[in-house]
Design a protein around this ligand. Structure first.
Ligand code: C5P
Length: 193
């Protein structure tokens, strides 16, 4: 069985950074599943058709990381047929030898419920807003309300809402440097291996 690590958590909690670092240190494949939802939203037209016809070129658009794309993604991510259209690609990705790290909102609960390790990465609202503001060169107060709105929508939707899997290890990165957070994730992965 390929070694699968599922990483979930709210926006800007540090899960993407941790996922990339784990994949590179453990030599695993990495999939940022938020990009699939962002690309579906940015593609435009009927979102279900967009999800079903998503191709590699859609994932390379330069505008996917913007706050607007994040908001649009969280709206279309509540549509059950959109989520269903993206499940198989994610599961197949996870099965590639020698294994993979996937990060998103429902990896431990829906996509890879049998993952060897499930991390649920959190950080305080203020820390998340400050990090994202620094990344995007934007104002932290505006970012904070955008993150809260998106988290609320992601947590309250009926299908695959944002929540920790029962057996997830919660990692609070509020007071951790990137190096400290990555070190804790690697230690957890080594115990799970
Ligand atoms: O992780 P990121 O912020 O790029 O995700 C953008 C949006 O895509 C999230 O706010 C969420 O609505 C949706 N998403 C999801 N399930 C995932 C990954 C992302 O619903 N596994």
């Amino acid at each position: 069985m390929p070694f699968v690590i599922a990483i979930d958590g709210p926006a800007a909690s540090g899960k993407g950074t941790i996922a990339r670092a784990l994949a590179s240190r453990l030599r695993l494949h990495h999939l940022d599943t938020g990009l699939l939802y962002r690309a579906t939203a940015v593609k435009g037209g009927d979102p279900v058709t967009a999800a079903r016809t998503l191709g590699p070129e859609d994932l390379e658009r330069p505008d996917l990381r913007s706050a607007e794309a994040g908001q649009a993604a969280s709206r279309i991510a509540a549509i059950p047929e959109v989520r269903a259209a993206l499940v198989e690609f994610q599961r197949r990705f996870a099965l590639q030898p020698p294994g993979a790290v996937l990060d998103g909102r429902d990896i431990g609960t829906v996509i890879c419920p049998d993952a060897a390790l499930k991390l649920y990465v959190v950080a305080s609202d203020e820390v998340r807003a400050a990090r994202r503001a620094a990344e995007l060169g934007a104002d932290a107060a505006a970012i904070l309300s955008e993150l809260r709105e998106r988290d609320r929508r992601d947590s309250e939707r009926a299908v695959a809402p944002l929540r920790p899997a029962e057996d997830a290890l919660v990692l609070d990165t509020s007071d951790l440097s990137i190096e400290e957070a990555v070190a804790q994730a690697i230690a957890a992965a080594e115990r799970a291996r």
